[in-house]
Design a protein around this ligand. Sequence first.
Ligand SMILES: [Zn+2]
Length: 392
Amino acid sequence: MPELSLLTWTVGIAALVIGILAGHFGWGKRWPGSLSKLHPDYLTGLDYLVTEQPDRALDMFLKLMDANADTIETHFALGSLYRRRGEVERAIRIHQNLLAREELAPEHREQALLALAQDYLRAGLLDRAEGLFQQVSEVPRLRASALDSLRGVYERQHEWQQALDVYRLLARIKAAPPCLVAAHYMCELAALAIERGESDTARRLLRGARAEIAPFPRAAVLRAQIAERDGELGLAIRLLRTALREAPKLMQEELPHLLRLVAPDARDAVLGELVAQAESRDLDELKHLVFAAISAELTDAAPLRAPIEKIFAQDATLQSVWRSSPGQFDAERSDARRGDAQRIAHEIGALLAHAEKYRCNECGFAGRNFYWHCPACHSWDSFEPYAIVKLG
Ligand SMILES: [Zn+2]
């Protein structure tokens, strides 16, 4: 049994044993002189534990533990513990065991249904989770919690309109997450509308997103796609410049897009402005621009030469590569140094193509692709590019 799982069991079984004893003797009653009245199955359960048969032990203890007012919280605490530990099947058994008891009070039945729905969500059984969350959302005291979880179910299924509808219900009871989330739902819907060629619908949705939150760079990027398709290149360029100014983290994704739209003779002017903008802020932003330029094979662009050399000389990861380059501190050999910078840039570019470029600042999930919605923890807008070259 893995170490974490063993810890879970230690804590879980301690809770169960306390629960059994509490149910058996009753809290607050005088403690009996001996434990000889314990049901023999209790000792059998302990024996299962000792012989490392945790599921049989759990069955035995659940059978023994009365779901009365004294022990009900122990059931819920244990179920929640298992779910958090990822041992969802055990959590499901605990909550199903509760629901099978006819004497269960209505408020505990509702709570058990909510807990079981959360188990199903964690297990990826989305249809079952959806049905139970809908059912529980009719209970006023559990409505906010059930609706918020239902929103999560629709997010996982990419049912963005339903997620938005539930968001509106939550807003009505003042339990909605930040408006950024609603803006992303509308952007998801707008992206689908753009794919279908429904520009009017997409524009309306993007206006809605910007009404939720502004500035909102994602809406600008999508609006630029529509403008580009409509042949409004000037507008598309302005929108992408705006998006990159507001969200430099989009540089890797959108710099190539922007440069495709500008005329070849205007490229260096645009790059020069981006360099000036990054330098006026901080070194990390200049790094994002340099890495994006390297990925886009722009290392020969005149405005980028000095920033590339600057970043190579200052970045801790790249410093060793840079120092090994002959003549880098020799002012007389500036051409050789430039050649080295170009060579290193190409090598870094090849490495970047296979490197992790982004990381979720909520859960640490890292990958080569940018996501607005973290595939691991489902946070919105949590992806940031590495400010260092992070290789694999
Ligand atoms: Zn995450």
